[in-house]
Design a binder for this molecule. Structure first.
Ligand code: G6P
Ligand code: MG
Length: 216
């Protein structure tokens, strides 16, 4: 018998390759501003909300600007991102995602999505997996962004599962911090050094051994 009753998934970089699309969209903004920005710098942005991400990029370039101009740039980035995910289909699910969701369902786990992205419902629809979840958090209703635990706690509350009976999946350091702050078991997807705060790390979604996780 496993102590786990719920699985709570980040979306971008865990279920779909959309973390790459966020990066490409921000890269266009950074290039336009003449700010050096690469995939390594992007690591710190993963899981961070839109305005927070823009603020960090502007800090990298030591640029400050009025709020209205920042909002304009954030809207442009979002336009680039929406154009990218509008082209997505179930083929853009990361390898192993369908299997992982099947296994979670077979194990009797309730499933939720804890994405900071306001585009998560649209992307889940494009990927054809909206119906796989009992709850999809509305990023706009979450008070404190990751690394605060709020979005994971909101999912656990909606699923009526105590945090210690939930397992969270994340590709971002801020997300792992949020899962741990929520008192949940944290599965990192990606680089073990970057995600050192996780209870266990797998290099990819495809590599996740859910049986081993549920036995923890
Ligand atoms: C996720 C991604 C971030 C993104 C954030 C907000 O956490 O990992 O890269 O900035 O969502 O996404 P949004 O689509 O609302 O701009
Ligand atoms: Mg992510």
């Amino acid at each position: 018998m496993s102590r786990f009753e719920a699985a709570i998934f980040d979306l971008d970089g865990v279920l779909a390759d959309s973390a790459r699309s966020h990066f490409v969209a921000w890269k266009r903004i950074a290039d336009a501003l003449g700010i050096a920005f690469d995939e390594q710098a992007n690591e710190a942005l993963k899981g961070i909300d839109r305005m927070g991400s823009l603020r960090r990029i502007l800090e990298m370039g030591r640029i400050s600007m009025p709020q209205a101009e920042m909002e304009n740039l954030a809207a442009r980035k979002n336009g680039f991102y929406i154009d990218a995910i509008a082209e997505m289909t179930p083929a853009d699910l990361l390898p192993g995602t369908q299997r992982l969701l099947d296994q979670a369902q077979d194990a009797g786990l309730k499933c939720a999505v804890a994405s900071a992205s306001s585009n998560a419902p649209f992307l889940l629809k494009q990927l054809g997996i909206s119906e796989r979840f009992d709850f999809i958090a509305d990023a706009g209703l979450i008070e404190r962004p990751k690394p605060a635990p709020d979005i994971f706690l909101a999912c656990a509350a909606a699923l009526r599962v105590a945090p210690q009976h939930a397992v969270g999946f994340e590709d971002a350091a801020a997300g792992i911090a949020a899962i741990k702050a929520a008192g949940m078991y944290a599965v990192g997807i990606g680089d073990a050094a970057t995600l050192a705060g996780a209870d266990i790390v797998y290099p990819t979604t495809d590599a996740v051994d859910l049986r081993a996780v549920l036995a923890a």
